[in-house]
Write a protein that binds this ligand. Structure first.
Ligand code: UD1
Ligand code: UDP
Length: 375
């Protein structure tokens, strides 16, 4: 092993920051040298800076400023930017998170440079290759040296794809570590007051390309959300993607519907904690509502997180079924079918990941192929 090996984390988009914070903190406690590379995939203050502040993440050692673009253009900028930075820093390990384009690009760059990698949130599958994230997940898992799974079904998905089980560790969910760490700060009252919300309310987040990019799909979705707003006031902290398309489809401020900028992490989860209902197409929000015990209706035909349905408060809905599902959820409240929460979603995923990484850096659990690459 090299003296004092460097671990680099590649982060680019909002959910990455939430997943990385507990891992960075736990590696710090073990005294491991590390740094964050921010790709700049997300760059608005409300999509990036606010998360570094809320989650106590250290300043990145580099920001590549890749910004937005088509998949090809954004990925190309990520590849060239990341290659330079990995060659400059020569890390012993690069840690990537989730399923965004920054994750995919980092894995490709490291595979070609023979730099070992770890993937946090490995093995999630929607089995829907029309989702850009599903493509990113499959490629990332195929090329990772260490795979950290958040839920048991991920293990069989990885085994079915021929991933060596010796590389895979079921560690729990670092996004839930962040939620647990924030819990003492999650107070709906000040956010409600700021937004002028009185009484029962719902929160909606919408940003999946399949929902917001196509005008027809956007119209169907907006009609469905208006159907919910007839029953309960709905606050929509809106992701920048599709903002204009959704506005054209009628998602605008009106009685019962409040469209606002994305919220910071603590404000958003505070609002969710006090909500009677969440409507979403987010991945992470399905998990957070399960842990907070808030009913969640996910407007998607599938989920890569089925454990939030079997062990949580999440239900899949279509735009057509959303208003009736909302009415039922508002009447029934939250119920978890199994009565049990997902295993290992206990706030200790970060330390588990850090311990595996520490052992791996020492060479205790290296596969022969990976061993040759760690100088
Ligand atoms: C990305 C991820 C998605 C994740 C989401 C989290 C991919 C392929 N998709 O989707 O899996 O759920 O992040 O939020 O990586 N924009 C801004 N300001 C920003 C960032 C984006 O205005 O700070 C706008 C731009 O118009 C941009 C669009 O949002 O074109 C999409 O951004 P992009 O990062 O390409 O994908 P997301 O939809 O955010
Ligand atoms: N989130 C937030 N403010 C918002 C909406 C979401 O802080 O206005 C947080 C949310 O609590 C979760 C993460 O962002 O931790 C999820 O990110 P997003 O929905 O953008 O991505 P996905 O999980 O779908 O990839």
């Amino acid at each position: 092993m090299r003296d004092n090996p460097l671990v680099l984390h590649v982060l680019g988009a909002r959910p990455n920051f939430v997943k990385a914070a507990p891992v960075v903190r736990a590696l710090d406690e073990l005294g491991i040298r590390q740094g964050i590379i921010h790709t700049g995939q997300h760059y608005d203050a409300l999509m990036s800076d606010v998360f570094f502040a809320d989650l106590g993440l250290p300043e990145p050692i580099a920001n590549l400023g890749v910004g937005s673009g088509t998949h090809a253009r954004q990925t190309a900028a990520l590849l060239t930017g990341l290659e330079d930075v990995v060659l400059e820093h020569r890390p012993a390990l690069v840690v990537v998170y989730g399923d965004v384009n920054s994750t995919l690009a980092a894995i490709l760059v490291c595979a070609k440079l023979h730099v070992p990698t770890a993937h946090v949130e490995a093995g999630l599958r929607s089995f829907d290759r029309e989702m850009p994230e599903e493509v990113n997940r499959v490629v990332t898992d195929a090329l990772s040296d260490l795979l950290f799974a958040t839920s048991p079904e991920a293990l069989s998905h990885l085994a079915n794809e021929g991933v060596d089980p010796a590389k895979v560790h079921l560690v729990g969910n670092p996004m839930i570590d962040s939620l647990f760490a924030a819990l003492p700060k999650l107070d709906p009252a000040p956010v409600r007051e700021r937004l002028g919300i009185d009484g029962t309310y719902a929160v909606a987040t919408l940003h999946r390309p399949a929902n917001v990019d196509d005008p027809e799909a956007a119209r169907e979705l907006v009609d469905a959300v208006l159907g919910v707003a007839e029953q309960v006031p709905v606050v929509v902290p809106l992701h920048p993607r599709g903002r204009q398309r959704l506005a054209e489809a009628g998602l605008v401020n009106r009685p019962g519907l409040q469209i606002i900028d994305p919220l910071g992490y603590v404000d958003f989860l505070s609002l969710v904690r006090g909500a009677a209902l969440v409507v979403t197409d987010s991945g992470g929000v399905q998990e957070e509502t399960t842990m907070l015990g808030v009913p969640c209706l996910t407007v998607r035909p599938n989920t890569e997180r089925p454990i939030t349905v079997t062990h949580g408060t999440n239900r899949l809905v279509t735009p057509a079924s959303l208003p009736a599902a909302a009415s039922k959820a508002l009447a029934d409240g939250a119920a978890t079918p199994s009565g049990e929460l997902p295993p290992l979603w206990d706030g200790a995923a970060g330390p588990r990941i850090a311990r595996v990484i520490e052992a791996w850096l020492r060479g205790d659990s290296l596969s022969p192929a990976a061993k040759g690459r760690v100088q």
